[in-house]
Design a protein around this ligand. Structure first.
Ligand code: R2B
Ligand code: URA
Length: 296
């Protein structure tokens, strides 16, 4: 993929300031990021660090964990690089994730990285699946249950398709081992409370019966979880033809309630599930690349 085919105006910039990352196109991006093949994005900075530490321990270079340090500024996103993998936080919701997606994609373009893939490792509310289950998304849906993401472009609404790469989704599901994991559609809402049909927000415009009716309708059409990024993420990957996968653990089954009542230890254990699956996938790809090099 040549990013200039998607945005020729980038060629007019003498320096591109990747403002939220605290890096610019004039930095040594080729040396730092030219070899990147995997970008793992996490909602929280703590989970981005946890995954970086696992990568460091299991894939090498096995440096002192205290030297696993962020690159760029850490005010908005926190970014680590271990081997050919970036582990970075994206904040909550499609607007925040979209900023990271644009800047990380330009960063990899300036770095000359090729054939990389994007993953979101997130948390979600399960729809008919229990806490701890990982949902690998087939498609993102808007809260109306439609497989599209809508953006206002110069004031006019434009829709983008939200299918994820089916081969990649299946390959990641195949890395589940003992972890409970399913393929399913993922509803992306722009709010945790009202747009996710919760009854426990500061205000509530719906009845319990309306909520259940909506959740059951989503379940019947194939949705298995709800979060705040899937549709925008899939749309972005589709426009730029980048392989992308949304791998989210359910923190609760929304058919049984709204509140997230797990302890910090339980939440950390749940968050480990998508990370273990992606680690396994990255290890398989590294082994395949190694075999290919040996054959040639
Ligand atoms: C899942 O968890 C966050 C809200 O708690 C949000 O980023 C999401 O998609
Ligand atoms: N994240 C969400 O967006 N919704 C949930 O229910 C849980 C985590």
């Amino acid at each position: 993929m040549n990013l200039l085919d998607h945005n020729p105006h980038l060629a007019d910039l003498e320096t591109d300031y990747l403002y939220h990352l605290g890096l610019t196109s004039k930095d040594e991006l080729k040396a730092m990021f030219g070899n990147v093949k995997h970008v793992a994005m996490h909602g929280s900075a703590d989970r981005a660090l946890a995954f970086a530490l696992k990568l460091n321990e299991e894939l090498g270079p096995g440096i002192d964990p205290s030297l696993v340090t962020p690159i760029g500024k850490t005010e908005r996103f926190v970014l680590y690089k271990i081997g050919n993998v970036i582990s970075v936080s994206h904040g909550m919701g499609q607007p925040s994730h979209s900023i990271l997606l644009h800047e990380i994609t330009k960063l990899l373009h300036y770095a000359g990285a090729q054939d990389f893939q994007y993953y979101r490792l997130g948390t979600s509310g399960g729809i008919g699946v229990e806490a701890g289950t990982v949902v690998v998304s087939r498609r993102g849906l808007n809260p109306a249950g439609e497989p599209k993401y809508s953006l206002y472009v110069l004031g006019k609404e434009r829709d983008y398709p939200t299918e994820f790469d089916p081969v990649l989704a299946q390959e990641i599901l195949d890395c589940r081992g003992e972890i409970e994991a399913v393929l399913g559609d993922t509803v992306a809402a722009d709010d945790f409370y009202i747009e996710q049909g919760r009854l426990d927000g500061a205000f509530c415009p719906i009845t319990p019966a309306q909520k259940m009716n909506w959740l059951q309708g989503l379940y019947a059409q194939g949705a298995r979880n709800m979060e705040m990024e899937a549709a925008g993420f899939a749309a972005f990957c589709n426009v730029l033809e980048i392989g992308g996968a949304d791998i989210c653990v359910a923190l609760l089954n929304r058919l049984h309630g709204d509140q997230v009542t797990s302890t910090q230890a339980q939440l950390a254990a749940f968050a480990d599930n998508p990370q273990r699956m992606l680690l396994d996938y990255i290890k398989k790809k590294a082994a395949e690349a190694q075999t290919a090099t040996e054959v040639h």
